[in-house]
Design a protein around this ligand. Sequence first.
Ligand code: AMP
Ligand code: MG
Length: 522
Amino acid sequence: MIQFNLNDTFTKALPADSVEENYRRQVWGACFSFVEPSPVKAPQLIAWSEDVAALTGVLLEPNTADDLKSILSGNKTIDGFKPYAHCYGGHQFGHWAGQLGDGRAINIAELSNNKKQWVLQLKGAGPTPYSRSADGLAVLRSSIREFLCSEAMHNLGIPTTRALSLVSTGEKVVRDMLYDGNPAEEPGAIVCRVAESFLRFGNYQLLLARNDNENLKTLVDYTLNQFFPELGKPSKEAYIALFRTISDRTLDLIIHWQRVGFVHGVMNTDNMSILGLTIDYGPYGWLEGFDYGWTPNTTDAQNRRYRFGQQASVGLWNLAQLASAFHPLIEDKEQIEAILEEYRSNFQVRFFDMMQSKLGFEGSHDSDKKILSKLIETLHLSETDMTIFFRELIQVSQETTQIQALSIIEKAFYKPEEIDGAVKNNWLEWFELYINRLKVMDKDQIQRAAIMRASNPKYVLRNYMAQLAIEKAEKEDLSLLKELATMLKDPYAEAPQYQHWYKKRPEWARNKVGCSMLSCSS
Ligand code: AMP
Ligand code: MG
């Protein structure tokens, strides 16, 4: 029998839905509903993260493996723990959507290991009171994307929910992948996600929307006591400090996304973690060509609300919504305004610092702002692969000529024939500024390369790579899923054995569904 070091801080501290029957409904006066996962026919464990196993102490050992597999597929619950789903609301694409909640996520354990608390959550384990008109299930393609990307994100050093396991259910799930009237059966799957907490901005917002100030205070106090005890016992000052910390973590997270070229795709307030984690991997994508206007999410194609260049300001907009939810406790508009203003000014400073590290600069120099703005402008002139550009830039030194520099980064251009005339001149002018800047630096080339390598990953989960792994896995070939998971464990390393993945998106993937076009349907 498998042993878990169980806790129940969440369900103990917060009000439960008094109804325990599993049917769709509005849930009032509660932060969660008890609900059990639905059993599945023929579960198979198809991916497993040793790192998350070590972190949580949930180990796959011969004598417990069957038991654990049943738990991770939702066929069995853990003795001594009553699974539950969160009640939350949120702003979707800028509009208040009312109650949303864990429509296809069920928390199956809260446990501690090495003095840290972890919640285990199954995504796609059947309907809950919050499933509205949907089925509570998840398909293999989106589950592979979540499993691979959340672990890759962690290994890039970016805060995120983790993934312990990926189980295929042996059942079919119907999805209209592009919402174009072509529903089809797809294999179903369940990811076991892991985080200290899955609380979202929307948990607090829903209580505010319902004028439930008493439960709002209970939830904020729980958050403070459980995850931010260093900010002090509940008081107006501690609530202000809490909001400032959340704001700071959110900004920190988004600066990281900008650094590696990650576009979340659905930054609705119900997808914003109160701990500043990347959460809810849906139609996310990784930049290939550096483009502030890009979003992978076809559901957002018209307004591009969640495009790459907009993520920081959306983060601020979302924080302003959370601020409204905290207002009944803080009642000090000026303090809140000041924190939001700090986010704006900190963004300028931290974005600049982050870009300095990508360029290999230390300290700052009068010309740096100009170098940065001209780079961003030039990167937009002709499609230039973000990952390859910054990684190749490491080789440019103070001895390099402008023409040599341009040929060093040439492999980042998708349309080399466009690097001519005015576009070419722009690049040469930029390299003149860049190389001159390198000449006034104290750091030698080796030190500079080390700074740049730590900031510019060589391997990211390009959209077409995930899609290739999915297509193989759908034919029961897990080799690519395993290869990518292993490669992405060390994304900053040179790893020449993976050189074949260090290349631009192939042309066949430019407009292919799953590679460049993704919708919320998953
Ligand atoms: P998302 O766009 O994934 O952040 O989901 C928004 C809301 O829809 C959340 O309340 C989800 O739980 C819910 N949801 C998404 N997909 C499903 C599904 N297949 N079944 C039930 N609820 C879902
Ligand atoms: Mg969500």
